[in-house]
Ligand binder design. Sequence first.
Ligand code: SF4
Length: 101
Amino acid sequence: MWAFITLGLLGGLLGLGLAFAAEYLKVEQDSRIEGVHKRLPGYDCGACSYPGCSAFAEAIVEGEVTELKLCKPGKDTHYDAIIEYLNDHRNEDGSLIKVKK
Ligand code: SF4
């Protein structure tokens, strides 16, 4: 009986700890990364030399990548959609994230 109570309390405390950690330790991410990610092919193949589409999208938004054709499976429809999206979602200072096909 005591084992169930102890494990129940321990589980509850750990759950509360995780809930607080999730709320107070979360890292805010630029929402445009997800917007760019959605417009990539989504194969997570690594042909762009990044570990996946999400990392490639982050590199684009951070200005590390300026050539979309590094995404080898990508087609003009993907590139055009990303360029259009980034033109509509500028930096806070109004500047553009410059990318080309
Ligand atoms: S090459 Fe394109 S499809 Fe492959 S991981 Fe990179 S962004 Fe994703």
